[in-house]
Ligand binder design. Structure first.
Ligand code: 13P
Ligand code: SF4
Length: 359
């Protein structure tokens, strides 16, 4: 029923001038690890030394140093999702968070240039909220299985089939899909968004498991779609129960993109930031994070008194973003994220309704 979406077609508008023409390009700096670079990056290495062996830091440090220097020269800001690797999250990002926080913070950013370290739909959301700014993503092919599970044409067909039923679309979708939507949601506000609608039936798409999980918390009838997150759908209740059997004191916290059977055995379920706050507030002695595994490393770097168990499911799309690609973005002003003006206005409205929702 769905047509896989090509990311390179997701932003068909060609800007009058390229970002490189508007801002100029910068020559690649020397990336030798010098004593000066070692000194200037020492405090950053402290944050990530648990994850990057000392003998590898000379490879990372020149990139970290160059990115932080050129970011200032350009007046750019780096937004990074909680699933970015610790070198990005702790050493070069200015703002970190879950999808909702990044969307909200994108509206408050002062800089002319936003570098989005995350997947394409996140960069597109930033562009929708900042149409006058230059939004760059270090790798435009950083997709998302949920985003690619549905197209705008699919949503139009759903609306024909369920006339008058409001459409809530997960922010993990293309602008084309958002344009067909009444309001967007993220995993942290999906219940509030659904409850805000004056209808007993709601289409909550495209994440089937998110919809099934929220359906348990509302009296409304929830209709959905067969989209899944390829990272979270791999977790099973049986594997989590085996951990619990081995150590009954372990606390299991999961992301609502997991199957409801998985969420049923979790002690807590929430967005990536919800999970981080849970660990920060509750300080469980041992915790198992049922989500993308870089996130556990990012919290582990800050919280030393919690023992983290990380079943290591990596998101291959998030992992496309690397320090060398971030540096190239800053040097050559690539890859610029653009949204077709024919859909941008309607897509923006759906995101703005979510961002402005009082909770
Ligand atoms: P959050 O909104 O919880 O950060 O989730 C985004 C995402 O892509 C999870 O897989
Ligand atoms: Fe998409 Fe899943 Fe990756 Fe999140 S973890 S970006 S939902 S594929």
């Amino acid at each position: 029923m769905t047509t896989p979406q090509r990311l390179d077609n997701a932003s068909p508008v060609i800007a009058a001038t390229s970002a490189a023409e508007r801002f100029g390009v910068i020559a690649r700096p020397d990336l030798t690890f010098t004593p000066a670079i070692a000194r200037e990056t020492e405090h950053l290495y402290e944050r990530v030394k648990q994850f990057i062996p000392a003998f590898e830091w000379p490879v990372y440090a020149p990139y970290v140093h160059a990115i932080n220097r050129i970011k200032k020269e350009r007046g750019a800001v780096i937004l990074a999702h909680n699933y970015q690797t610790p070198d990005i999250f702790h050493c070069v990002a200015d703002i970190v968070g879950d999808s909702l926080q990044l969307a909200r913070d994108a509206t408050k950013v002062d800089s002319e240039i936003i570098i989005q370290c995350g997947v394409h739909f996140m960069a597109e959301t930033s562009k929708l909220l900042n149409p006058e700014k230059t939004v760059l993503i270090p790798d435009g092919k950083a997709g998302c299985s949920l985003s690619e599970s549905i197209t705008g044409a699919d949503v139009r067909l759903l609306k024909q089939r369920y006339p008058g039923v409001p459409v809530v679309t997960y922010v993990n979708t293309s602008a084309d899909v958002k344009a067909e939507t009444d309001i967007c949601c993220t995993s942290s506000n999906v219940l509030a968004v659904i409850e805000s609608l004056d209808s007993d039936t709601v289409l909550c798409i495209p994440d089937e498991y998110l919809a099934m999980n929220v359906a348990k918390q509302t009296k409304k009838k929830i209709l959905t779609w067969k989209g899944h997150c390829e990272v979270h759908e791999r977790f099973t209740a049986a594997e989590l129960l085996a951990y619990k059997e081995a150590d009954p004191t372990i606390e299991i916290i999961g992301h609502p993109e997991c199957h409801p059977d998985v969420i049923a055995v979790c002690d807590f379920a929430g967005s990536t930031s919800g999970m981080i706050n849970y660990v920060k507030d509750k300080r469980p002695a041992r915790v198992l994070l049922v989500t993308e595994c870089s996130m556990a490393s990012n919290i582990q770097a800050e919280i030393k008194d919690v023992d983290f168990i990380k079943p290591c499911n990596l998101c291959p799309h998030m992992k496309r973003i690397t320090l060398p690609k971030i540096l190239d973005s800053l040097l050559f002003m690539t890859e610029e994220v653009l949204v077709d003006p024919a859909i941008a206005g309607r897509a923006r409205l759906a995101v703005e309704r979510m961002v402005n929702l009082k909770q």
